[in-house]
Design a protein around this ligand. Structure first.
Ligand code: PEP
Ligand code: MN
Length: 339
């Protein structure tokens, strides 16, 4: 349930309510909005008498949250969450679009620096690259591990752009968080609840991709895991789901963008690269995502896609990416969104 405090409620009154909830065994989460403070109380509602809670000074209203996800729900927090990365990148709430771009995998220092410089020149504001790769085959390139993180850190130094990279294992969260500006939980790990709890305790923003076979509600429950551990800096990423259609790698659920915006306060971005699996389809879906109200995009870009160690077929060449950025500016302008 949520306890909505009166706009004039004092800190002391808020403290009194949270103490009472904690004594009754509730997990307590505060959301301080511009107009009012909302207290999220997660636990067994029969453990407290709502009438007595209602009588505490400063309490305006007690509202049950019927949805299984609580902290990520719009009921809990009306205002859009803004997720902040170093370099002044602010994702969500109508801010400038976040364009995360780079190769699927970090393949070497020279290669990554080249890609990073190219995407920066074209206007990306976040670098992407995988050092720990979730590959379908155990014989495929698995990523450079910590070495790859070091190369990305050097690219950040040279370009001034923050970077996002995937973490696949609870044992690597501390390591990856030491280097990266944002941790990606990949589609295959969306329902790895131990990993979700671990990144929920990390002090870095999280990019949570939607599982290819997951409903929006399951995806939001995964986000709830992260928030329930105290990390409120979560960006959702629609990257295509598996449907009966096999002509493309995945099917981008464009509905998910406005649906998620309605149900949660978290920012949502779209990954048209994994969503389509084919580079020449990427621009159309990228434009559609921005038109649908996404807060950003994740796009794979490789200087020589035919030499890529992973996902070359869906990677844009830097010049194609630059052309797409010019088109996106027009779409963003049409929907009143800075880029
Ligand atoms: C990736 O971003 O390279 C990746 C593996 O994405 P997903 O988890 O969406 O497949
Ligand atoms: Mn990839």
């Amino acid at each position: 349930m949520i306890i909505i405090m009166r706009p004039d409620a004092t800190e002391e009154q808020i403290g009194q309510v949270t103490d009472r909830l904690k004594r009754s065994g509730f997990g307590v989460h505060l959301s301080k909005g511009a107009e009012r403070t909302v207290i999220g109380a997660i636990g067994d509602r029969s453990a407290i008498q709502l009438e007595t809670l209602q009588m505490l000074p400063g309490v305006s209203e007690i509202v049950p949250i019927r949805k299984p996800y609580k902290l990520v729900s719009r009921e809990f927090r009306k205002e859009d969450t803004v997720v902040e990365l170093p370099g002044g990148v602010r994702i969500g709430a109508g801010q400038k679009l976040a364009i995360m771009a780079g190769p699927c995998s970090v393949e070497g220092e020279k290669e990554f620096l080249e890609a990073a410089a190219a995407v920066k020149k074209a206007g990306a504001n976040v670098l992407r690259g995988g050092a720990f790769k979730p590959r379908t085959s155990p014989y495929a390139f698995q990523g450079l591990g910590e070495q790859g993180l070091k190369f990305m850190a050097e690219a950040r130094r040279q370009t001034g752009l923050p970077f996002v990279t995937e973490v696949m294992d609870t044992r690597d969260v501390e390591l990856v968080a030491r280097y990266a500006d944002m941790l990606q939980v990949g589609a295959r790990n969306m329902a790895n609840f131990n990993l979700l709890k671990e990144v929920g305790r990390a002090k870095k923003p999280i990019l949570l991709k939607r599982g290819p076979g997951s409903t929006v509600q399951e995806w939001l429950m995964s986000a709830e895991y992260i928030l329930s551990e105290g990390n409120k800096q979560v960006v959702l990423c629609e990257r295509g789901i598996r449907t009966f259609e096999t002509i493309t790698r995945n099917t981008v659920d464009i509905n998910a963008v406005p649906v998620v915006k309605k149900l949660t306060h978290l920012p949502v971005i779209v990954d048209p690269s994994h969503g389509t699996g084919e580079w020449d389809l990427v621009p159309a879906i990228a434009r559609a995502a921005v038109a649908a109200g996404a807060d950003g995009l994740m796009i794979e870009v490789h200087p020589r896609p035919d030499e890529a160690k992973s996902d070359g077929a869906q990677s844009l060449k830097p010049e194609t990416f630059a052309g797409l950025m010019a088109e996106l500016k027009l779409v963003a302008k049409a929907v009143g969104r800075p880029l």
